[in-house]
Design a protein around this ligand. Structure first.
Ligand SMILES: [Cu+2]
Length: 575
């Protein structure tokens, strides 16, 4: 390899970049902005951007375009890769230069309760511009325990406009950040649904899952991002072939109770790594694996309002999958042995949430189906029917995924923190989801959406409000009871931290692992009490001092006000 002169390497780089350019042209088929693959295509892996020598420095551009009746949004890296996966290790420095190249598209009307400031107002500091529009943007790093500060993970005040120079994010992955799947997406109040359902999202992986769970050591891994989008065939009648999943598989256990229909027109189409799986026939995307091969699948629900309930069917029989992490956290953090696998035949993933699990490929010559089973979102919720996502084809010559976990990992050191379940809470709060019809006499009229601490007056979240809704002290732990007083499912999420589920609808549960997003069942009016979850909230990490948000992760609800702010004050502050 001693032959390379500066000239030769320059030549090599130009050939390489031409090659990369061509391979992207193959994907894009043209200069189309935010190009997307055809239905029924192979599921390709997002590009990987890996940290080197403790630093990951990337340039991202956000763009948008009209396509058919809807609007696409996308992140592109310097090579034109769409929605690259950011791969980091604990302790790494992350530097992201985000350029806003969004353009005004007429359909992008602000929702009724959005901020009324205009993007053409006098340009100002992106850290405190107050301008939030369909062409403003910012980044939230969902799940990371990093400071809620401008240039790190603030979305309350940070808003970048199209004429601004590239905006630099610069933060450090904490040394004790659990290894697993996190993600990045825009979080502009009033426009989150528009940008995220348009496709603005990507995975962020803190590497080292195999250090927390030896069961995945040496496996190849696959990143799967499931997004939703406006229906491609909104006027089509339901397929004669429905239901995709047999009726007998409609279940009554788990996070939700099903109505038992499982069919009909969904609220949104789904896509898997951007391959659309449109209503009404749901032509599956294609995943090739070697017969019997085991892979770690890291699955992100990046939809704006679609609940996932994934299963893998072989001859219509649900297969065992091996769950190892939820919401970016290995499921064995309760001080137990570091090689735990939860065997399941389905996994519910609310919007915003992630699940990481071991999948075994079907035997030679057969194929399996990755499906999402129906989720009953309540009489007020959207229809999430049974539908296929991808066919898993077994073939000896299937290409291997690019990434492989270390076969001989150094185990992670045990956590220095007391397990959250063993810490006494300093306070118990009750919060509740509620809605109000704009016209109380018209059940079809628009709703206002609220999340309120019990005793306060329900109000749609106002990003310009002066005071936080809740103040807590760093170093403490609290129990929060989140009630749902509406007739639809909501998904509670809080930035900057994880929590422990203690009880569900008043009954204790034994979950020795953490989450950052959780469903709260809808009220039927027939239960003795409102459905609820009791969560142990962890405010101990000094990184989270500052003001940040909690909200429903159905982005339509969040955009319309189902959000509150929380200030974590330093441990030594008075009161
Ligand atoms: Cu909601």
């Amino acid at each position: 390899m001693g032959m390379s002169s500066r000239l030769q390497s320059a030549f090599f780089l130009s050939v390489l970049s031409a090659f990369l350019h061509y391979s992207h042209a193959g994907f894009a088929a043209s200069q189309e902005v935010c190009a997307r693959p055809e239905a029924g295509s192979a599921v390709s892996e997002p590009a990987d951007l890996q940290s080197k020598n403790g630093v990951l420095e990337v340039a991202l551009t956000i763009r948008n375009a009209k396509a058919g009746g809807s609007i696409r949004y996308c992140y592109l890296d310097a090579h034109g890769n769409e929605a690259p996966t950011l791969r980091v290790k604990p302790g790494d420095q992350v530097i992201i230069h985000l350029k806003n190249e969004l353009v005004n598209l007429e359909e992008a009307k602000p929702p009724s309760h959005a901020s009324h400031h205009h993007a053409d107002a006098k340009s100002s500091d992106p850290c405190d511009s107050g301008v939030m529009s369909a062409i403003s943007t910012n980044l939230h790093f969902h799940g990371l325990t990093i400071p809620p500060a401008c240039h790190q993970d603030d979305v309350l005040h940070t808003s970048i406009q199209p004429n601004d120079p590239p905006f630099t994010y610069r933060f450090r992955i904490p040394d004790d950040e659990p290894p697993g799947l996190y993600w990045y997406h825009p979080h502009i109040h009033g426009f989150s649904r528009l940008e995220v359902s348009g496709g603005a999202s990507g995975a962020l992986i803190v590497e080292g899952t195999e250090r927390a769970d030896k069961a995945v050591a040496g496996l190849t891994e696959r990143v799967i991002v499931i997004r939703d989008q406006d229906l491609i065939n909104p006027n089509a009648p339901p397929s004669q072939a429905e239901p995709v999943v047999p009726q007998y598989m409609v279940d009554n256990d788990g996070d939700t109770v099903n109505t038992g229909t499982g069919s009909g027109k969904p609220a949104k189409d789904l896509s898997i790594n951007f391959v659309p799986v449109p209503y009404p026939d749901y032509p599956p995307a294609v995943i090739a694996m070697k017969p019997g091969e085991k892979q770690l699948w890291r699955v992100l629900n990046a939809t704006s309002l679609t609940y996932l309930n994934l299963a893998i069917l072989l001859d219509k029989v649900p297969q065992q999958i091996g769950l190892v992490a939820l919401d970016g956290v290995p499921m064995n953090t309760n001080g137990g042995p570091a090689d735990f696998v939860y065997s399941a035949t389905r996994v519910g993933i609310p919007p915003g949430s992630r699940a990481e699990f071991i999948v075994t490929a079907p035997p030679q010559g057969s194929s399996a189906l990755l499906v999402t089973r129906t989720v009953d979102t309540g009489p007020g919720g959207e229809n999430d029917p049974n539908r296929s996502l991808a066919i898993i084809k077994s073939a000896q010559n299937a290409p291997e995924p690019r990434m492989r976990l270390s076969a001989a990992p150094v185990p992670l050191p045990p956590s220095k923190e007391t397990w959250l379940g063993n810490v006494t809470p300093v306070k118990v709060r009750k919060l509740y989801f509620s809605e109000k019809l704009d016209d109380p006499n018209n059940p079809a009229s628009a709703s206002e959406f609220y999340i309120t601490e019990d005793g306060q007056t329900p109000r749609a979240f106002d990003p310009h409000q002066k005071l936080p809704n809740i103040v807590v002290k760093q170093g403490t732990v609290e129990d929060w009871i989140i009630e749902n007083r509406t007739n639809e499912l909501h998904a509670f999420h809080i930035h900057q931290l994880h929590f422990l589920l203690l009880s569900l609808n008043g009954r204790s549960v034994d979950e020795p692992y953490l989450r950052d997003t959780i469903n709260v069942d809808y009220a039927t009016g027939r239960q003795p009490a409102y459905p609820s979850v009791r969560l142990r909230m962890d405010f101990r990490d000094p990184n989270i001092v500052g003001t940040f948000l909690y909200h429903c992760h159905l982005l339509e609800h969040e955009d319309k006000g189902m959000m509150g702010s929380i200030q974590v004050v330093p441990a030594d502050s008075p009161k």
